[in-house]
Design a protein around this ligand. Structure first.
Ligand SMILES: Nc1ncnc2c1ncn2[C@@H]1O[C@H](COP(=O)(O)OP(=O)(O)OP(=O)(O)O)[C@@H](O)[C@H]1O
Ligand SMILES: [Mg+2]
Length: 309
């Protein structure tokens, strides 16, 4: 069964006068399997937080439905199974981390013994021991994010929904969160998170979705998305006459000459094959034929550019 499924999930904010009637999330249909790590990409205002809030039932959809483990997202059964890290976690500033987790444990109806066990486990996992008794008021962004992650984990939810869990963190903080996400995957949880930190998404996600102006523009395993998106093909050919080089250069960019031979760059596979054919027709020899794939970052930026062009 899918851990998360959305069917044409749509949100039009009523208060959104500037974009009246334009959905902030437009017919999102997605299925995310159990124990999958799904990364949600999109630039500011793309609708990531809107989608996340709909999954967590913090917003009511204008149309469409979200299901968690087959139950409507707004049902009690579904809500019990998710842990949520908001974009800007809000805390009671006069409480300390231990009291904060205890508070959320109580909300979930955990016994005193269960709450103590939960504290022990989460304090260790998120390294909260040394700040257990300190008021949150003076906490840095990194400490807040760790505490927010701990709050999301209270009650051992099956699905973790994290809104920009790495934003605002330094490289060490980011790595820490990345490791936590992978650790949660090892614990068989399902993870759905949004991010601008594309490198992190590339490293830890099974699949990604790219949201542009409320619409899901692309989704799938990272490797598949990139196979479709060869940025260019490098071709090295030896034994060509200057006239042959000149002729082939009308088809592909002639980049340089090296000991190996002439280096060409073709825009796509079809053009590259054409070039290879010409090399052979001119009695040249193919030394290298290398399709180069996009980094996720380039792919993502191109998706955005196309949509906003
Ligand atoms: N409460 C609201 N009322 C009206 N419009 C809203 C509201 N919340 C969000 N929007 C609009 O919906 C669109 C999507 O916003 P959303 O916060 O979901 O984007 P996002 O992808 O999370 O952006 P960011 O990367 O900045 O966090 C934006 O155009 C935003 O202005
Ligand atoms: Mg957001």
């Amino acid at each position: 069964m899918d851990a998360i499924r959305t069917e044409a999930l749509t949100k039009v904010y009523r208060s959104n006068f500037a974009r009246r009637g334009i959905p902030s999330l437009d017919s999102l249909s997605l299925a995310i399997g159990e124990n999958e790590v799904f990364g949600f990409l999109g630039r500011n205002g793309a609708g990531k937080t809107t989608a996340i809030k709909l999954l967590c039932s913090l917003l009511r959809p204008t149309a469409g439905t979200a299901y968690l483990f087959g139950e409507p997202a707004r049902s009690r059964e579904a809500r019990k199974r998710i842990g949520y890290l908001p974009e800007n976690p809000y805390f009671y500033e006069y409480l300390n981390p231990r009291e904060t987790l205890d508070f959320y444990g109580k909300l979930q109806g955990l016994s005193a013994a269960a709450r103590a066990a939960e504290w022990k486990k989460l304090a260790e996992l998120l390294d909260l021991g040394s700040i257990a008794g300190q008021r949150i008021r003076g906490f840095s962004k990194g400490m807040r994010q760790r505490l927010g992650f701990a709050v999301a984990l209270v009650g051992d939810p099956d699905i973790l929904i994290l809104d920009e869990p790495m934003s605002g963190l330094d490289p060490i903080g980011r790595r820490h969160i990345r490791e936590l996400i992978l650790r949660m995957r090892d614990e068989k949880k399902t993870l759905f998170f949004s991010s601008h930190v594309l490198g992190d998404v590339e490293q830890i996600c099974d699949r990604v979705g790219v949201l542009v102006q409320g619409k899901l523009k692309a989704h799938g395993p990272i490797a598949d998305l990139l196979t479709d998106h060869i940025s260019h093909v490098e071709i090295v050919a030896a034994g060509l006459t200057p006239a042959a080089v000149k002729e082939i250069a009308t088809q592909a960019r002639h980049v340089r000459q090296s000991e190996q031979g002439e280096h060409f760059e073709a825009g796509d596979l079809e053009a590259a094959n054409e070039v290879a054919g010409r090399v052979l027709a001119h009695n040249g020899k193919l030394v290298e034929f290398t399709p180069l794939k996009d980094s996720l970052e380039n792919y993502f930026l191109r998706q955005q550019e196309e949509a906003y062009a």
